[in-house]
Design a protein around this ligand. Structure first.
Ligand code: BES
Ligand code: MN
Ligand code: ZN
Length: 583
């Protein structure tokens, strides 16, 4: 029996703890806010103790206290334990017994009896009520259909039928099954549920394992609600999920533990993206990264570079973007090394970390410019740090992974970059900034140069880089750009397993023509056409030719308009890819 506990990180707690423990202030009423003056971020501020609930805070906490007094709630999420069992369905005791059924499973004979053996058994125990009630509810097993019935006669209080559609189902279908179960558990305020499939018999061992893991993932992510910024919220009631009929033993336990670790990374990533920009400043993002490193100090180390250190590394492109903000930039570098054994492959994951993108002097204006949602512009960073959290728990062997984020804010002020300015990146290349709103690539330029200096064989960057990519692929599909067919194959295979939607795009070299500058080596923005491709061509200028490189433009899939929430996009695929590179 596998009894696994699933518990999300509590971002609010992390912030509070790190802010209190790393405070550099000298008294309770006077706090140093590192502020941008002409040469450096250093001005001290006095704040009334009434403004903040806790004394001795860091710069980012003050920014938060002065910007609307918003403090994330510290939400304790109950643990959800997962167990894989083989028990008689009719005897199982708990709140909801959920059965995943296909349209074929719902087929009945002339006397309205189910032909599927599991449904037949449940129905006979219920005296024919299951057949009757599911007909009345018009439930035919179509995907998207579900019904929860309160029928007497079983060990379980309720029975839920969830439609899986027609064909043999995919990861996505089983994940949706988990999400549907989570929704049913919420509305019934269930604390214990069991899940099974009407036709699990025919599945191979491999499919049973991946099905169990997809159901667990869907359930955990479905239960998760980010209520940190609401003054009132309900505590989720679900405590235990038993997966029945998909096997028992160490293999399925391991698979469920892996799903648990990935989910904790995904939830952490979602929390980072959902957090508003007045709370999640570049400093707070760096504190979050450091916190992950100290939680898993057996395998992770953290290096955070401040402005002066970035200047020494000549990161003029990144610092140019950061120059207008009152919140100083923080360059984040986490490194994963396995606890034992030799390292065979070295990888780097680079994430765009704009905690807010106003556009700068090329300010985002007009309907559809989405300025009000630009807290999501650190979605690449969230994917990278979410993957770091998951990988630190999974501890793959034989692989070293560098997690890199050049975190900053794209704002407007007298100290900011002007359109037309020429800046110099850390590889010596000069850039004429013809549009301050094409800032992501400027920060990634120095991050990619830094990544390639880590002696890695492969680099994958993730960024909410262009509106053009959303125009090309719509809101749910990320664009993949790489000159390497091998790397494309690896990552796209990982995405097949994770169920995330990635599509390879061309790196059309002839479009570089539009990126030429009269005064510098290049401009940062081409024309309106092929905007996602010219962005990729720009990034390519900062990648070492000996390194295999991929750029993922995730501007669309980072956010769900429907759910008004972050999706956690990229994390599952990245973890799967690192796992493929381990030995
Ligand atoms: N962060 C944006 C891209 C973006 C847009 C992400 C919408 C998510 C949703 C990026 O920094 C940006 O502003 N890109 C510009 C580039 C242009 C100036 C060449 C864009 O896409 O308009
Ligand atoms: Mn921008
Ligand atoms: Zn941006």
């Amino acid at each position: 029996m596998a009894a696994l506990s699933l518990r999300s990180s509590v971002l609010a707690t992390n912030i509070a703890v790190t802010a209190a423990s790393t405070s550099t202030s000298t008294s309770t009423s006077s706090i140093f806010l590192k502020f941008r003056s002409t040469s450096a971020w250093a001005i001290s501020f006095s704040v009334s103790p009434l403004c903040c609930r806790r004394p001795r805070r860091m710069a980012h906490s003050i920014a938060r206290a002065t910007l609307g007094l918003t403090h994330p709630n510290q939400i304790e999420r109950p643990k959800i334990s997962f167990a894989a069992k083989e028990v008689d369905l009719v005897e199982w005791k708990g709140d909801i017994l959920a059965v995943g059924v296909t349209e074929k499973d719902m087929v009945r004979d002339e006397s309205s009896k189910f032909q599927n053996l599991i449904l037949q058994k449940l129905d006979s125990k219920l005296g024919g009520l299951l057949s009757e009630a599911s007909s009345e509810e018009d439930f035919s097993g179509k995907s998207g259909q579900s019904t929860v019935l309160r029928l007497p006669g079983l060990g379980s209080k309720r029975i839920g039928l969830v439609g899986l559609g027609s064909a043999v189902s995919s990861t996505t279908a089983y994940r949706t099954l988990g999400e549907t179960i989570a929704a049913a558990a919420k509305s019934a305020q269930a604390s214990s549920i069991a899940v099974t499939l009407a036709s699990a018999e025919g599945l191979s061992l491999e499919s049973k394992l991946s099905t169990a893991s997809a159901i667990a993932t869907g359930t955990v992510l479905g239960i998760f609600e980010d209520n940190r910024f609401k003054s009132e919220s309900k505590t989720p009631t679900l405590k235990s999920v038993e997966i029945l009929g998909l096997g028992t033993g160490p293999e399925i336990e391991k698979k469920l533990k892996y799903a648990e670790d990935v989910c904790s990374g995904v939830i952490f990533g979602k929390e980072l993206v959902n957090a508003p920009a007045n709370v999640l400043t570049p400093g707070v993002l760096a504190e979050e990264a450091k916190n992950i490193a100290s939680l898993y100090s057996d395998v992770l180390t953290a290096t955070i570079l401040d402005v002066e250190q970035c200047k020494e590394l000549k990161m003029g492109s990144y610092l140019g973007v950061a120059a207008a903000s009152a919140n100083p930039p923080h360059f984040i570098h986490l490194c994963y090394k396995p606890t034992s054994g030799s390292v065979k492959t070295k990888l780097a994951l680079v994430g765009k970390g704009l905690t807010f993108d106003s556009g700068g002097y090329n300010i985002k204006t007009g309907p559809g410019c989405s300025i009000e949602i630009m807290k999501i512009d650190m979605g690449g960073a969230a994917a990278v740090l979410g993957a770091a959290k998951a990988i630190a728990q999974i501890k793959p062997a034989g692989v070293e992974v560098h997690f890199i984020v050049a975190a900053c804010e794209n704002m407007i002020s007298g100290t900011g970059m002007r359109p037309g300015d020429v800046i110099t990146a850390s590889n010596g290349k000069t850039i004429e900034v013809n549009n301050t709103d094409a800032e992501g690539r400027l920060t990634l330029a120095d991050a990619l140069v830094y990544a390639c200096k880590q002696g890695v064989e492969k680099v994958v960057d993730l960024a909410t880089l262009t509106g053009a990519c959303i125009v090309a692929l719509g809101p749910s599909v990320a664009g993949v750009f790489t000159p390497s067919d091998d790397l494309a194959k690896e990552v796209l295979e990982a995405a097949d397993v994770s169920g995330e939607k990635l599509w390879r795009m061309p790196i059309e070299e002839s479009y570089w023509e539009t990126m030429k500058s009269g005064v510098a080596d290049m401009v940062n923005t081409g024309g309106r056409q092929g905007g996602a491709i010219t962005a990729a061509l720009f990034l390519k200028q900062f990648v070492d030719e000996k390194v295999q490189w991929m750029h993922i433009d995730m501007a669309g899939p980072v956010w769900s308009d429907k759910k008004k929430s972050a999706t956690g996009f990229g994390i599952t695929t990245l973890v799967e890819w690192v796992q493929k590179n381990s030995s």
